[in-house]
Structure formats: structure tokens, C-alpha cells
Write a protein that binds this ligand. Structure first.
Ligand code: HEM
Length: 410
């Protein structure tokens, strides 16, 4: 009895200070989810699990990693990979999770685009998601530098050099970012700080903001139907569970999420144990050498499409840089480039459906050609695909969605 009293006391104490009971109540019993959503809506939870895995494996790697240009490569490739018990496992988990996070982020983003989940009151969810995408990109880029291999070094040289395109202050910004005239030890230590300290804190805050912004409009559903959550909740609680269009988050919906997550984890650990190389470039197993430029420099697969937009304008570095800058931020304004108020799956919006698949094909082409050397026909295909991307976003999308109206979706 005394124990129960004590527990109540602590809960009450926390409740008075941070509204704990209310938070638990909101999460576990007061949060309702539309019934009509498929496994693609579990991607957010998969992302959360991947972030947790990155965080935990990162802490273990941090115990042996040395952020020093002379020691970094060996601390990863010898100490962690060969000398420390299970060091290889933590590194594989970290590297595979870093790549998988982008697979799932792209799926999560394109599911939101397909079902129109970025509009009608959900703009803030979209913007917070895009902020997560950008900060995750910075996190991945800074992490890729840490093993101080050939590709870490040269990708850092190419990407930091892009800041040189900023009018007037470009050269100073490059020097400031690198902490030196060239990529060097000072560059490694500042990117190390970003990777293990500043960016994880920003990501955690953004995830909290993303979830907070989901509270009011609730998640969308497969039909884009506007639901009266209070009415549907009442039906459910009165026992008319079949009639109700919603289910409680806890424990009903969460069990669905956990099922999808479990299937994903089987696949994830299969990759970790048997196909770890999919997340790593063989050139990065050579130590960084500032006197030996690799014949062909390219970023990780998830940056290839925007990298190809940069290279696509092969006749003008300035135009390439402007197009690249636009490609980085264009998805932020998607809710406003889409001029239609219709929220429905793309297969019920004819023009939008064609636009959606053309965009996917274009981004796949950009990704493929981003990895190939920019020679001969490749340069022209890259150019056409880059122009195609900008035209699809700036001209085709506003035009086709402007003609759509409420009755437009079939
Ligand atoms: C670590 C990164 C992220 C985490 C942990 C996360 C988590 C979640 C979760 C748990 C949900 C609710 C369930 C679901 O639809 O999956 C959600 C919804 C959503 N997220 Fe994310 N997300 C992340 C990144 C992003 C990104 C990059 C975007 C796009 C720019 C985005 C856009 C959205 C949208 C629009 C919804 C609402 C979906 C709907 O209403 O159906 N999120 N997110």
C-alpha cells in the first residue's frame, strides 16, 4: 500500500510540473487514428526506430572513434572493425541505418505527396518534415566525413567548395566552413562537433515539433476524407466499433505499427549481417590523400539526384549552382505549388497522377546519371532530366492543379 502511495506521489509530483498524466492520456487514450490507412503510414514510426538505432550505435562508436585527421581512419577501420569486440556490428548498424533512413524518408515523403497529405491544414507537418530532411542530410554528410577515407575527403572538398558560389563572400565562407584554406583536420573536428552534438539536438527538437504539428489535423487517410474525430470517437466508445471510422492509438493502432516495424527489422538486420556493403563506397576504404584525386567523385546515393541537377548545367557552373540551390528547397513550397484544394489519392486525380510518376521517373534518372561520369551522352541526359525536374515542379504542377477543383477527383 505504501509503495502504491509513493508511486502516486511521484506521478502527481511530475504531473503538477510537466503535465505528465495529461501527456500519457493524450498519447495512450485520447489520440485517435483513421481506420482507413495502410502500412505506408507506419513509415514515420520506422523512421523513429531508425533514429533511435543511429543514436545508440553512434554512442558505442564514439567510445573508440578519434576525431583527428591522423587517427580517424585507423580508429574506424582497425580499432572498431577489427580490435573491439562487436565493433563491426555497431558500425554496420550505424552505416546501414544511415542509408535506410533515407530510403524510408523518401518513401514517407512520396506517400505524403501521393495522398496529398501536405495540404489543407497539414502544411506545418510538411514544413517540419522538410526541415528534418534538410538537417538529416547535413547529419549524413558530416557523418560520411568522419572515417576520413578518400571519398570522405574529396566529397567534403567538392561540397564545401559549393559555398564559393555565394556572391561576394563565397571564398570567405568556404574558408570559414573548412577552418582552413583546404579540407583539413580543423574541418574534420568541426564536422565531428556537428555530427555528434549540434545536429542530433536539432533533429530531436524537430521530431518533437513534427509530432506536435500532427496533433490538430490528425493524419490523413487513404481517401483524403475529412473526419469528425469527436463524433467517430463517440461511436467507438459507445461500442459501435464497426461503424466508427477511427481506432485508438493505444493499443490498437500501435500494434499495427509494431507489426510493420518488426517485419522491417528482419530485413534491416539481414542487410546489417549480409549486405553491409550496400551502404558503403569501396573507395572510402582507402585513407584520405589530398595529393591523389579519385577519377570520379560522387556523393552517397541519396544526394545523387540533386548532385546531378548541379552537374546538369554543364555549360555554366553558376546556373548549375542556382538550380542545385532551388532543388534543395523546392519541396518546402510544394503545398503552394499545388494550386488545388483537392485532398485525394493521386490515382483519383488524373493529371496529378501522371505528374507524380513523371517526377519519380525523372528523379530516378537523375540518381542513375549522378553516379555516372559526366561524359558524352551522359551530360545531355543529365541536362534534360535537370530541366525536366524544374519544369515539372514550377510549370506542370501549378498548371495541372489549377484546373482541378473539388469535384475534379474521381
Ligand atoms: C526522422 C524523420 C521523421 C520522423 C521520425 C517522422 C515521423 C512521422 C510520424 C510518426 C508520422 C505519423 C504517421 C505516419 O504518417 O507515418 C508522420 C507523418 C507525416 N510526416 Fe513525418 N517523419 C519524419 C520525416 C518527415 C519528412 C522528411 C517529411 C516530408 C517532408 C514528413 C512529412 C510528414 C507528413 C506530411 C505527415 C502526415 C501524413 C498524413 O497526414 O498522412 N516527415 N511523420
Amino acid at each position: 500500500m505504501a509503495e502504491i502511495k509513493k508511486a502516486n506521489g511521484i506521478t502527481d509530483w511530475l504531473d503538477q510540473r510537466i503535465g505528465l498524466k495529461k501527456l500519457i492520456e493524450v498519447l495512450m487514450t485520447k489520440y485517435w487514428i483513421p481506420k482507413n490507412i495502410n502500412f505506408l503510414w507506419a513509415m514515420g514510426v520506422v523512421l523513429l526506430a531508425l533514429f533511435a538505432l543511429l543514436f545508440i550505435s553512434g554512442i558505442f562508436l564514439l567510445m573508440y572513434y578519434k576525431p583527428d585527421a591522423k587517427l580517424a581512419f585507423d580508429s574506424v577501420n582497425y580499432t572498431i572493425m577489427q580490435e573491439v569486440a562487436y565493433g563491426w556490428l555497431w558500425r554496420h548498424i550505424h552505416a546501414v541505418a544511415a542509408s535506410m533512413v533515407f530510403v524510408i524518408i523518401y518513401i514517407h515523403m512520396f506517400v505524403a505527396i501521393y495522398y496529398g497529405s501536405y495540404k489543407r491544414g497539414r502544411e506545418m507537418i510538411w514544413i517540419s518534415g522538410m526541415l528534418l530532411f534538410v538537417v538529416f542530410s547535413a547529419e549524413a554528410f558530416s557523418g560520411y566525413m568522419l572515417p576520413w577515407g578518400q571519398m570522405s575527403y574529396w566529397a567534403a572538398a567538392v561540397i564545401t567548395n559549393l559555398f564559393g558560389g555565394i556572391p561576394f563572400i563565397g571564398a570567405d565562407v568556404v574558408e570559414w566552413v573548412r577552418g582552413n584554406y583546404v579540407v583539413a583536420d580543423s574541418t574534420l573536428t568541426r564536422f565531428f562537433m556537428l555530427h555528434v552534438c549540434l545536429l542530433p539536438v536539432v533533429i530531436l527538437s524537430l521530431i518533437a515539433f513534427h509530432f506536435y504539428s500532427l496533433r490538430i489535423p490528425h493524419v490523413n487517410n487513404q481517401e483524403g476524407e475529412v473526419l469528425d474525430f469527436e463524433k467517430e470517437e463517440k461511436k467507438y466508445l459507445e461500442g459501435k466499433k464497426k461503424d466508427s471510422k477511427v481506432i485508438p492509438f493505444w493499443p490498437v493502432f500501435l500494434s499495427k505499427d509494431i507489426f510493420v516495424l518488426s517485419v522491417f527489422m528482419i530485413f534491416f538486420f539481414y542487410l546489417v549481417c549480409y549486405h553491409y556493403d550496400f551502404a558503403m563506397d569501396p573507395i572510402n576504404f582507402e585513407p584520405a590523400n589530398n595529393l591523389k584525386t579519385p577519377t570520379h567523385i560522387y556523393p552517397e546515393w541519396y544526394f545523387l539526384w540533386s548532385y546531378e541537377v548541379l552537374r546538369g548545367f554543364f555549360f555554366s557552373a553558376d546556373l548549375g549552382l542556382i538550380a542545385f540551390g532551388i532543388a534543395q528547397v523546392i519541396f518546402f513550397v510544394l503545398p503552394w505549388l499545388d494550386r488545388s484544394s483537392v485532398v485525394a489519392p493521386a490515382h483519383r486525380r488524373k493529371g496529378f497522377f501522371i505528374w507524380f510518376w513523371l517526377l519519380i521517373i525523372d528523379m530516378v534518372v537523375l540518381t542513375i546519371f549522378g553516379k555516372l561520369p559526366p561524359e558524352g551522352i551522359n551530360t545531355y541526359i543529365g541536362f534534360v532530366a535537370s530541366i525536366g525536374f524544374l519544369v515539372l515542379m514550377f510549370i506542370v504542377l501549378p498548371l495541372i492543379t489549377k484546373t482541378e477543383n473539388k469535384g475534379g477527383a474521381k
